[in-house]
Every structure is written in C-alpha cells, then in structure tokens.
Design a protein around this ligand. Structure first.
Ligand code: NAD
Length: 497
C-alpha cells in the first residue's frame, strides 16, 4: 500500500475519513491503467475523490492472480482454516464498523446510522454465517453395488467473477465474497464505479485478516469495459452478478460467447404488496411504507406496486401517508436521518421524469413528487394512486422513493395483477386470514413472499428471483450450491469378494 493511494476526505459533519483509490490485486493496492473515475457525494454533488479503474490488462492481472492462488494455494487450505479467516475478517469489520459505514454513507448517500446498523451489521452476520459453513460442506456416499465405493465431492468452481451494483455496496459484496470464499473459490470482484470506496477498504481488511495473496481481488471500472472484460474472461468459472436486468442479459451474452461460465443473476424488480380487506391496516401501512421507502426506494425488492382492496383503500391511504410523513429526510450524517439523497443526477432526473409520466398517464399524485431541498439529489417520498397495470409507473422499475397504488375487488384479481409483470423478485400480502395468506404465497410468482411484514432479511434465508428478476439463490444453505460443483467418484474394489 502506498501513501499516494490513500486520500483523506472531509465529511459533512466536519470529520475526516481515509479512502483507498487504487485496485486491490494479489493483496496489494496497485495503480490501474484505465481512466480515473470521479466518485461523487450525492448529498452535496461534490467530487469525493478519483479512483483508479481497471483496463483489460489489469483485469487479466487480477484474474491470473486469483487463478494461480486457487491452484497453488487456496484449494489446499483446510476448510476449517477458511472458516477461521472469514471469522477474523468479520472481527475486523466489527472493529472498523463506523469507518465502513462512513464510506457507504458518503459514497452512496445512505443514512450513516442505517449503513452502520443494517448494511454493515448484516454483512458481518453474513461473513460469520458462511464461516460456519466452510467445514460443513459434505458430499454423499451412494450405495451402488457391493464391490464399489461411490461418493460425491462438492468442489469449488475455481475463480469466481463478481459484479455488484451501487445500492448496498458493502452488503452486495458480502453476499458474494462470503459464500464464494467459504466454499473454497478465489474471487475477482468489480465494485460499482459509482460506489467503489467501501469495497476498497475491504481489501485492506482482507490482507490484515491473513488471507493468502490472490484469494480476493478487487477492481473497479465502468461496466461496458472493466465489467465486460471480466465477464468474458476465459479463466473465470462463474459470474455472480447483481444489477439491472438489462446488464444481466449482457453478462449472459458474454458467458455464451466466451467459455459458457456458470451464472447467477440477481436482477431488477417491481414487487407487489397486496393489502386485503381483513388486514390490520395500521400494521400494513407501517410495513408497506418501509417496503417501498427503505434505502430511498433503491432496493431491488422494493414493494413499488401496492394493490389495496377497494373497500379499505381510503383508510389505508390515510394511514400510509401518515407513516410516510414520519420519514426524516436530510444529511446522511444526522443520526435521525432515514432518507438521504438518490444515488446520482441521472437517477434523480429519471425519478422526477416518472412523476411527469404518472400525471400524463392519468394517475393521481397523492403525496410528494418534487425535489427535496435545493442541494443534493433528494426526492420527496412520492405516492401515486388510481394506478392500473397499463401505466408505465406500474410496470417499469423506477428505483426511487416512488410507489404506485391501485385497487382490486377479489383476491384472485389481486394475484393476477401482482403476477402481471416481467419481474418476480419479491412480494407481500397483508391479511388476518390464514387461508388467504396460503393462497397468495402459493400463487405469487416471486422468489420471496412476506406476510404481514416486508423487507425482512436474514443471512440464513435464501434470496433470488423468478422470471426476469434472475436466477440462483444468495444467502442461506442454498447459496453453497451456487458456488460448488458436484463430482461423483466410483471406485472398483480389485480384490475378490
Ligand atoms: P447496473 O446493471 O447498471 O450495474 C450493475 C453493475 O454492472 C455495475 O457494477 C456496472 O458497472 C456493471 N455493468 C454494467 N454494464 C456491464 C456489462 N456490460 N458487463 C459487465 N458489467 C456491467 O445496475 P445498477 O444501476 O448499478 O443497480 C441497480 C439495479 O440493480 C436495479 O435494477 C436493481 O433492481 C438491481 N439490484 C438487484 C438486486 C437483487 O438481488 N436482485 C439487488 C440490488 C440491486
């Protein structure tokens, strides 16, 4: 690590933080040959610093480092030792929790308190969870004939390539690093060019934890260059991707035209929340509000469509608006702030353009719909009513604090409306009737369905999409299958029985 690599930034609360700006390859911070990329604080629209980016040669270097390490070192390391290293990493993250949360808050605009208590805390839990799995990944012995021994081995894939988005920089990294390393792979991760800082800090902790050089490599750069070099690299065995459905398609094309590498795609969403006539409406309003407005609406699983039974629509709306009014918007470094700015100017413009589209389509703006303040990319929580499935605001992923509300008459109609989407990431239903909850959860075409709550995560429960929200599961025991391949061994006994 060189001093030139570390820059000191001044935070809005007057404090300072140090950031790495180079690539992390083979346990060293090294300069990249790609263009320098400005990373911007969305709360004040000012440049935080410039980070290095990886060109094709740098991507090769990172992949070669991971490849060599996998074959020469890492695959021979005992599973229990992999678990110990992951736990050590989690300890270091615990020690530096505030610093990591600061980097996500300044780079992404999310509230510091949320970054610390949700993003970083849950990421630490994720590393610990998969550390526990490292020495519990077993094959089976299979009885075939009396003179043979047959068993399966769950082997690592080799070098995993990972590409992550900007909405949860620390957490999206954890969801990929932790299972990939626990199962014995090495990894090259490209962070989002919009939020590279916390992932680079992570490189420092990897080295301190004692991981062999080459196990973890972190690069950043633009998607169409750096991301594309990585996803078409012949020595990458699998791409673990989180991002938009549009980019997911590009990654599939790269895999198809290179080495048919395995894929895991966690893509976009337009998830539905169904509020039944028999729901506890105060509870529904509380969870539905967090369901859409958590993380400023920048969550893949955001419950951005709400279908309410027509008989309780007005009452629900009143409660929902009352919940929305409680949202504290402001400087991410104020301890009370819940909602910071949107990630960047293009998202800010896109969301406000959808307000225009919603009005033009004939939906009714019930709350918000404007810029908040006059500096930073802040948007008011925005609620449209009288929406139907022909409206673009009901069909397209907006990825902001923007919810579209429609009504239904029967539960069958509500399920049809919810399923009438290209996406299938998540959904929710609010009801006090067990039969209704079973019917909706069975019939909703989504990878996660919450009942009487929303947006609850745990590292032990799998997460992933149906339909164009992608395939493969992150978290939980299911994630282990995504990072291993099964080999069957058949041994013939030579001596006579
Ligand atoms: P994005 O697809 O624009 O970018 C995601 C990442 O892909 C970035 O690192 C980007 O540099 C890279 N990339 C872009 N083009 C590429 C290419 N041709 N080849 C390789 N990599 C490329 O998405 P975003 O705007 O950063 O994130 C928002 C999207 O992510 C939303 O659609 C959201 O729903 C989705 N998301 C999904 C999940 C999930 O678990 N399903 C979680 C978080 C976010």
């Amino acid at each position: 690590m060189t001093q030139a690599d570390i820059q000191t930034i001044r935070l809005t609360n007057g404090k300072t933080a140090n950031v790495h700006t180079q690539l992390f390859i083979n346990n060293e911070f090294v300069p990249g040959n790609g263009p320098l990329i400005e990373t911007i604080n969305p709360a004040n629209e000012e440049v935080i610093c410039k980070v290095h980016s990886a060109d094709e040669q740098d991507v090769n270097l990172a992949v070669e480092s991971a490849y060599k390490c996998y074959y020469e070192t890492w695959r021979k390391v005992a599973p229990a030792e992999r678990g110990r290293l992951l736990n050590r990493l989690a300890d270091l993250m615990e020690r530096d929790k505030d610093e990591i949360a600061i980097l996500d808050a300044v780079d992404n605009g999310k509230a510091f308190a949320v970054a610390r208590d949700v993003d970083v805390t849950e990421s630490i839990g994720c590393y610990r969870y998969f550390a526990g799995w490292a020495d519990k990944i077993h094959g089976k012995t299979i009885d075939t004939t009396f003179d043979k021994l047959c068993y399966t081995r769950h082997e690592a894939l080799g070098v995993v390539g990972a590409v992550i988005p900007w909405n949860y920089p620390t957490m999206m990294a954890a969801w990929k690093f932790a299972p990939a390393l626990a199962t014995g792979n090495t990894i090259v991760m490209k962070s989002s060019e919009v939020t590279p800082l916390s992932t680079l800090k992570f490189g420092e902790l990897v080295k301190e934890a004692g991981f062999p050089a080459g196990v973890v490599n972190i690069i950043t750069g633009y998607g169409h260059t750096t991301g594309s070099y990585l996803s078409s690299h012949p020595k990458i065995s699998k791409m673990a991707f989180t991002g938009s459905t549009f980019t997911g398609r590009k990654i599939m094309e790269s895999s198809a035209s290179s080495n048919l590498k395995k894929l895991q795609l966690e893509l976009g969403g337009k998830s539905a929340q169904i509020v039944c006539a028999d729901a506890d409406l105060a509870n529904a309003a509380f969870w539905a509000c967090g369901g859409i407005f958590n993380n400023h609406g920048q969550s893949c699983n955001a419950g951005s469509r709400i279908f309410v039974h027509e008989s309780v629509h007005d009452k629900f709306l009143e409660l929902f608006i009352a919940e929305t009014k409680k949202i504290v918007i402001g400087d991410p470094f104020n301890e009370d702030t819940f909602q910071g700015p949107q990630i960047n100017k293009s998202q800010f413009d896109k969301i406000l353009n959808y307000v225009k589209i919603g009005k033009e389509e004939g939906a009714v703006l019930a709350y918000g719909g404007k810029r908040w303040g006059n500096k930073g990319y802040y948007v008011e929580p925005t609620i449209f009513t009288h929406c139907n499935n022909s409206h673009r605001i009901m069909r397209e992923e907006i990825f902001g604090p923007f919810v579209s509300i429609g009504t239904f008459k029967t539960i069958e109609e509500a399920i049809d409306l919810a399923n009438d989407s290209d996406y299938g990431l998540a959904g929710g239903v609010y009801t006090s009737d067990l039969d209704t909850s079973i019917k909706v959860t069975n019939e909703m075409q989504a990878g996660t369905v919450w009942v009487n709550c929303y947006d609850i995560f745990d590292q032990s429960t799998p997460f992933g999409g149906y339909k164009q929200s992608g395939f493969g599961k992150e978290l939980g025991k299911y994630a282990l299958h995504e990072y291993t391949q099964v080999k069957v061994v058949k041994i013939q006994r030579l001596s006579k029985i």
